[in-house]
Each structure stands twice: as C-alpha cells, then as structure tokens.
Write a protein that binds this ligand. Structure first.
Ligand SMILES: Nc1nc2c(ncn2[C@@H]2O[C@H](COP(=O)(O)OP(=O)(O)O)[C@@H](O)[C@H]2O)c(=O)[nH]1
Ligand SMILES: [Mg+2]
Length: 289
C-alpha cells in the first residue's frame, strides 16, 4: 500500500472509530434517567446533544460527553450558589418534608456561618415533638449557635417571632428557622408555612431571606412536585440536596433548576457537622456523566 493509501486508511478508520452511534446516546440517556433527571428532561438533553454534535461536527465519545456536561451545567446555572445574607439579621427559613435532613443541615450551616464569624441563632419552629427542639439544641451546642425554643405544641409563628425579637436585641447576624416536616399535599400545614413566611416579611421587611428547600437525593421524581408546591407556598431561593454520600445522584435538582429556576446551594454528604459543601456544578456534572 502506498503512503497516500495508508494515510487515507488511517483517516477512514479514525472516522469510523470516532463516530458516536445510537447505542452511545442511548447509554447516556439511560444514565441520566437512572440519575433521576426524569425521562422527559433526559430525552430533551440528548436531543439537544445530538443537534449540537451535528452542528459543531463533534467527534469522539469524550467530546460528546463534554458537550452533554456543558448542557447540564447550563441548566443548573440559574442563580447564585452562595447565600445572600446582607442584612443584620438575615433569615434562613428551612423547609421540606419529614426526615430529609432539615435539622441536620441547619446544624451544619450554622457551624459554617459561625466559623465565618457570623453570630447565628437557631429558631426551633418545629414544635410537633419536643425531641425536635432537643435535636436542634444539640446542633446549637455543636456549632456554637444560640437557640430560641418554646414548649412542645407551641405556635411555630410565635417561636419565630420570639427568635426575631431576640435576634434584633442581641445583634444576631443570621436567624436560621427550623420547621416541622410537612407533606406538600397537606393544605393546613402549607398554610402554616405561609403564615411563618408572612411573619418574616412583616417583622423584617427589608431583610435578606433565604428560603431553602431540603431535598433527599433519593427522592426521585417526587422532588419536583415537592419543589413546585413549596415554591408556590413560601417562595424558594435554593435547594439543599442531602444524602449525596449514598448511591443516589439527585438528578431531580437538574429538573428543578430547569423548570423552576431554583439553584442548588448546598449538598449534604453525611451526618457529621462538616458534611456540607457548597454546590459545585462542575464537580456534580462530572460525577453525573
Ligand atoms: N447519610 C446522610 N444522612 C443525613 C444527611 N443529612 C441528614 N441525614 C440523616 O437523616 C436523618 C434525618 O435528618 P433530620 O435532620 O432529623 O431530618 P428532618 O426531619 O428533615 O429535620 C438523620 O438520621 C440524619 O443524620 C446527609 O447528608 N447524609
Ligand atoms: Mg427536623
């Protein structure tokens, strides 16, 4: 074979080798579905990927994967991952269904803020069980935050009101309000949450308020429905995606960012005080694809 034919053969071989086939796209789509992005969003992403690969004449699995990472990153990029806490006091209202990690995440966030020099006060507005305030009290001790609590069964709004009064009097930087786990489809509890939200707006009309929905990464598609309902009731400025230390990928956060434009701010990586990280879209997407 002459030199020219050899070069031509290598060139052809490389094209055949580099061309990404349907099986590859199917495998990518399947991995997105397995990561809980949801079938519709996964299909959308792959369709867009195919278009981009065609438009930009991308070749090679690595380049195609990188294009998919960029698409996912763009979807996740819907707001600041840092907390906006510009006023003194500022408020972080922490909401979500039962057992997702609200109280634990408050402890971890409190510790992080205390370490950065902020004076933090926890507000035990989960008054359903006495144990809830006890649990928050332990996290207050661990993190160095103060706590305001009342008796079991007290009106959560009244605990929050006390917390805000105390924060104003003591020069607190950040009030973090715990709430009882509530199902998004229980209207009376959602009304109560609306009341809590109104107290913040009434007592601290100019304050920076972060309303964080805590989502368990293992939740799957129901997470989007939860986020929709909580957003309608209390507004949402961010998501805390917990239990990311397990096998769950928490891909529902991409659907939430895409549909509701609410960014992930933190991820929980365990039960200990330091197991909370600021969300890093690059690292997340690399792990996903
Ligand atoms: N593995 C793991 N467990 C977590 C994480 N966050 C919370 N938990 C655990 O989940 C359980 C429920 O947490 P809790 O904060 O009480 O949830 P809440 O009902 O939403 O307040 C506890 O056993 C926590 O230790 C996390 O990021 N990873
Ligand atoms: Mg709790």
């Amino acid at each position: 074979m002459g030199l020219f034919s050899k070069i031509k053969k290598i060139w052809y071989d490389s094209i055949i080798w580099e061309t990404v086939d349907d099986d590859f796209y199917d495998a990518l789509e399947e991995s997105l579905i397995m990561a809980d992005l949801g079938a519709t969003l996964a299909a959308d992403c792959i369709k867009r990927l195919r278009d981009e690969v065609y438009d930009k004449s991308l070749q090679g699995e690595q380049n195609v994967k990188q294009a998919l990472r960029d698409i996912l990153k763009e979807k996740l990029n819907v707001g600041d991952t840092a907390l906006t806490l510009e006023t003194k006091p500022s408020v972080i209202l922490v909401i979500g269904v039962n057992g997702v990690g609200k109280t634990t995440s408050i402890g971890k966030m409190g510790a992080r803020l205390q370490r950065s020099g902020k004076k933090v006060l926890f507000c035990a507005a989960d008054t359903f069980r006495a144990a809830a305030a006890d649990q928050l009290e332990i996290w207050a001790q661990r993190s160095g935050a103060e706590i305001v609590r009342q008796h079991e069964g007290a009106d959560p709004g009244s605990v929050l009101f006390d917390g805000i009064v105390a924060a104003k009097a003591r020069g607190t930087d950040v009030v973090i309000c715990d709430t009882a786990g509530r199902l998004h489809n229980k209207q009376n509890l959602m009304n109560e949450l609306q009341k809590i939200r109104k107290i913040i707006d009434r007592e601290l009309p100019d304050a920076s308020v972060e309303t964080l929905l805590v989502l368990d990464a293992t939740t799957g598609q129901n997470g989007l429905i939860q986020a929709k309902t909580f957003k309608e009731t209390a507004g949402l400025s961010g998501i805390v995606l917990t239990k990311m230390d397990g096998t769950a990928k928490g891909g529902i956060c991409v659907a939430i960012a895409d549909e509701l434009k609410v960014p992930v701010k933190f991820i929980g990586l365990g039960e200990a005080i330091d197991d909370l990280e600021i969300f890093d879209a690059d690292a997340y997407v690399n792990a996903l694809v």
